[in-house]
Design a protein around this ligand. Structure first.
Ligand code: G3H
Ligand code: 13P
Ligand code: ZN
Length: 338
């Protein structure tokens, strides 16, 4: 069943766990996530970036998500827009049936240039006003993640624009967002750190301080792939040329979850799992040419990563405990808060 993201995050906060927000671009990725959710009895957040919407087309995406909701009536699923770059992007997602949107006003609509605090507040508040009128959840971002040049991010290291806890507090008060993405030294993609991150590079103490100031705001960790060594090794064993890299250790994410992190964004790890499985199949069975021969192990490999994350973040076992709510219920909730 499709639900507003806010109810998943509220349940996670009440019960001290985190929910993986997993990116999708096609049917097999949605299937992998739903099968992992069914196996582990997990609520799920499925998210699509602007790139995913362009690649897939909103109509395909909407129907695939509706199929997931129909096939898994016992799994609460939030459909979330990842890194909306402008209010119009969020509004078109709402029209397409997304139950949650991210207005990433930390960057201009080019997805690269950092904004001022006031610019960020203005675009985010505009989205909150409209989204909440439809019962749709809103995630904002303060501070800027590092990033690969072709993805969403300022392009620098994750340490260039770490979130200021005082500004985080002011931002939530000024915008009314449900969830807040914070920058603590991570970046998107496979190349985050060149050695296992210590406290100087991954600033978990900033999460703790923000949670102390904003105990009722759901915090979001972007760039949270762990970049497992075995997946990079598998890719390289079968002809890949990935450089050595370190991601965010699971134990650091678990520490974040103890301090208010409720949504944990993971995309790269699933991309690695899919690529490793396809490369292996191509190398070991070069006579194969039916896409089902390589998409089946790819989907299975992604499902395995999803099961591991759902278990590590604590969302496993919780799907059946969540009382579903509709967008209409949330409209009433938000209008009472005004
Ligand atoms: O924000 C980063 C996510 O991994 C989505 O990436 O923009 O390449 O779809 P993308
Ligand atoms: P990773 O690249 O670490 O998987 O991060 C994904 C993300 O933050 C999507 O918004
Ligand atoms: Zn992100």
């Amino acid at each position: 069943m499709l639900v507003p993201m806010r109810i998943l995050l509220d349940h996670a906060a009440e019960n001290n766990y985190g929910v993986a927000a997993l990116n999708v671009n096609n049917m097999e990725q949605i299937q992998a996530i739903m099968e992992a959710a069914k196996e582990t009895n997990s609520p799920v957040i499925i998210q699509a970036s602007r790139g995913a919407r362009k690649y897939t087309n909103d109509a395909y995406l909407r129907h695939l998500m509706l199929a997931a909701a129909e096939l898994y009536p016992d799994i609460p699923v939030a459909m979330h827009l990842d890194h909306g770059n402008a209010p119009d992007t969020c509004f078109s997602a709402i029209q397409q049936g997304f139950t949650s949107v991210m207005m990433d006003g930390s960057l201009r609509d080019d997805g690269k240039t950092p904004t001022t605090f006031d610019e960020n507040v203005a675009v985010t508040k505009k989205v909150v006003d409209v989204a909440h009128a439809f019962g749709v959840t809103v995630e904002g971002e303060i501070g800027v993640l590092g990033g690969i040049e072709d993805g969403h991010g300022a392009g620098g290291s994750g340490l260039d624009h770490v979130t200021d806890p005082v500004q985080a507090e002011q931002f939530v008060a000024a915008t009314g967002v449900d969830a807040l993405a914070v920058a603590i030294g991570t970046s998107h993609g496979a190349y985050k750190f060149d050695k296992k991150p210590t406290g100087d590079v991954l600033k978990m103490n900033i999460i703790e301080e923000i949670h102390r100031r904003l105990p009722n705001t759901h915090l979001v960790m972007h760039g949270s792939s762990s970049v497992p060594r075995e997946l990079v090794d598998l890719i390289n064993k079968y002809g890949g040329k990935m450089k050595e890299s370190y991601g965010v250790p699971l134990e650091e994410i678990q520490r974040g979850i103890k301090h208010g992190v409720r949504k944990v964004n993971v995309d790269t790890d699933n991309r690695l799992a899919i690529t490793g499985a396809i490369r292996q199949l191509f190398a070991e069975k070069p006579d194969k040419f039916d896409p089902r021969d390589y998409m089946t192990p790819a989907r299975e490999a992604m499902k395995k990563v999803c099961v591991e994350r759902m278990t590590a973040f604590g969302q496993a076992g919780n799907a059946s405990k969540i009382k579903p709510a509709s967008l209409t219920t949330m409209v009433a909730f938000y209008s009472k808060k005004k």
